[in-house]
Design a protein around this ligand. Sequence first.
Ligand SMILES: [Zn+2]
Ligand SMILES: [Zn+2]
Ligand SMILES: [Zn+2]
Length: 266
Amino acid sequence: MQPFPHNGRIMKLTFMGTGTSIGVPVIGCDCEVCRSTNPKNKRRRSSVHVETEGLHVQIDTPPDFRDQVLDYGISRVDALLITHAHADHVFGFDDLRRFNTLQGKAIPVYGSESTLDEMRRIFAYAFKPVPSGLYRPQVTLHPVSAPFALGRITVTPVSVDHGGAVMFGYRLDGGGRSLGYVPDCLSMTQAAVAAFAGVDVMVLDALRHKPHASHSHLETSLAMLKKIGATRSYLTHMCHDIDHETVQKQLPPGVELAWDGLRVKV
Ligand SMILES: [Zn+2]
Ligand SMILES: [Zn+2]
Ligand SMILES: [Zn+2]
């Protein structure tokens, strides 16, 4: 694990997972990438952890959340932002319990109204009155649709097209830096592009080489990134079609493939 080289008023980004919904390696697949010994070809389900302005912000709790937390030494979660309620982004939600215990309080959770409704449905046991003694996640749900403050961080939810599913990307402004995170996205409106325009670091979906019904592929992702014009960009939510070393060499300057465990000073 790389240590962060810097303290002070900055923004730190940890890629906890950079894989698509089934992860890489894929169960039962013996393709070159799935058999690869390059750790950068091992991709858990997508999530990131952001530290800035004295707060630890988690974006999504995928099924691998517990392993990711242990591997990357995540010690706090002050707030959870949910992009959307697909299984690969929320099925580790129950493991917030440990942070409830460590921090002694409920964790605020932010997302679109429909995403939070889905959370209430999927994790009904966490929101119903139950006999005392059941150890369940303790959260407060905050539906958002416009920029809001988390301490000194400004969070801007940005709606993007994920093949018909409701999906929020997030822009975070804190520590004098700006980050855009959009793990699942087929396309963006001009308004969405404008919301991320010129961020210091942009993270975007790039599922594979060929087009897909609900995800952007490499060519369209690079075109979107060009319009956004971030200083640095990272691709995420990748499937086993993407061999890290091969594809990395083909990318334009300023764009890199993210990998599990990558830590970036935004
Ligand atoms: Zn996903
Ligand atoms: Zn494979
Ligand atoms: Zn999705």
